[in-house]
Write a protein that binds this ligand. Structure first.
Ligand SMILES: [Zn+2]
Ligand SMILES: [Zn+2]
Length: 243
């Protein structure tokens, strides 16, 4: 048997075993920390939450981690469409693993700890004076594959926790864009051009966008431009983790 066949079969068995373990863990320990199995009704204990990689000294308009407080050179040169961005965590292990399993690994139970982290660790000023919250929409095709929009799930918990208005149907993703991974800034921008449609009039509204992960900010800035075109007076964005 060729070697790659064995590898494929081994990978499949390992994936099945991991999936089985994860489902077993969710079933046996529904109100325990997903990382250390200590009792934690929120799905993640305070100790593990404190150990997660934080996004210290982020640029205020793109949340890029910087060595010291200030605006990054890219934002100084080419100001982004977003007025402000808050991303409490860095996209690093174990948070990166949790987000991947939540989105692509069938671990729907990770919604609670992940959404809880955003609602608890996002600074209060991020949601002050916000009129409505728009999660970054998924294309219908991607939504059908996944069965949920992870950004909407995070936004829903944030809105409930802070008494904000969730406006999940306002924006639609009309172009099924190819994956943004591995693309440069300009290629990402071209890839996303006309990807979003924002319905109705948002005149004078302060709008907060929500996504799970912010990579370069191209997705959020593209959507922000459409929201602004619909009349919004201020557009901010939050995400759980910054790559
Ligand atoms: Zn824990
Ligand atoms: Zn910046």
């Amino acid at each position: 048997m060729p070697e790659h066949d064995t590898e494929t079969r081994f990978d499949r068995m390992r994936a099945l075993w991991r999936c089985g373990c994860a489902v077993g863990q969710d079933w046996l320990y529904p109100s325990h920390c997903t990382l250390c199995l200590e009792p934690a009704p929120s799905g993640i204990c305070a100790g593990c939450a404190d150990d997660l990689p934080v996004n210290a000294h982020p640029c205020p308009t793109c949340a890029q981690p910087l060595p010291a407080a200030g605006v990054c050179p890219a934002c100084q040169q080419d100001p982004p469409a977003l007025d402000a961005v808050w991303v409490p965590f860095a996209y690093a292990w174990p948070l990166s693993q949790m987000l991947l399993r939540f989105k692509n690994g069938g671990r729907a139970s990770l919604r609670r700890p992940l959404a809880g982290l955003l609602a608890e660790h996002l600074v209060p000023e991020a949601t002050q004076g916000v009129d409505r919250v728009l999660p970054v929409p998924l294309h219908a095709k991607r939504f059908a594959e996944r069965g949920f929009n992870q950004a909407e799930q995070l936004a829903a918990v944030l809105c409930r926790a802070r008494g904000l208005r969730l406006d999940a149907a306002r924006a639609r993703r009309v172009v099924a864009t190819a994956s943004q991974q591995g693309l440069g800034r300009r290629a990402r921008r071209n890839n996303l051009r006309r990807a979003f449609v924002v319905e109705g009039d948002l005149s004078g509204q302060r709008v907060l966008l929500v996504d799970d992960v912010m990579t370069t900010g191209t997705t959020l800035n593209t959507l922000a431009r459409e929201v602004r075109r619909a009349g919004a007076s201020w557009v901010g964005a939050v995400a759980l983790a910054r790559a």
